[in-house]
Design a protein around this ligand. Structure first.
Ligand code: ZN
Length: 211
């Protein structure tokens, strides 16, 4: 925390909601147990999208290496909100078992073992997360885009490459094209290797740009 933290956190939430406004108009947390962030901008943006645009279903997909315990808690009893997370397990914060499925199978958790490589990541995402998002058929897709599953990350033990972030972004874009006119809001989450964060983010943004 620093004297600038309040304004930075407020701008972060504001940017996420502005992103919802941007993609919706173009067609024209409260958890205090174990958290890395001050506000949960992905969950706030999803709730905002439901309120402001009367969307019936909003999905958040989270490939940050940590389980998004706050997003899951906020969505757990709200069948109009869907949360899918791939994360290292066992790992901080300890939540995110496959048995945690929400009130209406609206939570999908994909725990990945330490050392998980590109092949395992892609096959498990393809088998478990992508079909669930397709079934949910969201009116807006929000990505919690963390890059701490990158092989260079010093805090975590997954071994994803830049190309894996490109790949999952493309997969999500294909689903969004079918279910919600391509509407995606991507929110930058964690990443503790500056090199891995930079190159992973670049790959993600390249995919979003269709480049
Ligand atoms: Zn993280």
């Amino acid at each position: 925390m620093s004297p600038g933290s309040w304004e930075a956190a407020m701008r972060c939430v504001g940017a996420a909601c502005a992103g919802v406004d941007a993609v919706m108009d173009s067609a024209a947390d409260t958890d205090i147990r174990k958290v890395f962030c001050i506000f949960n901008q992905a969950a706030i943006a999803a709730a905002y999208a439901v309120d402001a645009y009367q969307l019936e279903r909003v999905a958040v997909v989270d490939f940050d290496v940590h389980h998004g315990n706050g997003t899951q808690a906020a969505f757990y009893n709200r069948p109009e909100l869907f949360y899918a997370s791939s994360h290292q397990a066992p790992f901080y914060p300890g939540t995110g078992a496959e048995s945690e499925t929400g009130v209406s199978q609206n939570i999908v958790n994909l725990p990945l073992p330490r050392g998980c490589d590109s092949a395992l990541f892609r096959s498990r995402i393809q088998a478990e997360i992508l079909p669930a998002i397709r079934r949910f058929n969201p009116g807006l897709l929000i990505i919690s885009a963390g890059f701490d599953a990158h092989r260079l990350d010093p805090l975590a033990g997954l071994n994803l490459e830049d190309e894996d972030f490109y790949w999952i972004t493309e997969q999500l874009m294909r689903i969004a094209d079918v279910s919600c006119d391509g509407r995606i809001v991507s929110i930058l989450e964690g990443g503790y290797s500056l090199d891995g964060l930079a190159s992973g983010t670049a790959a993600h943004v390249r995919a979003l740009m269709g480049a």
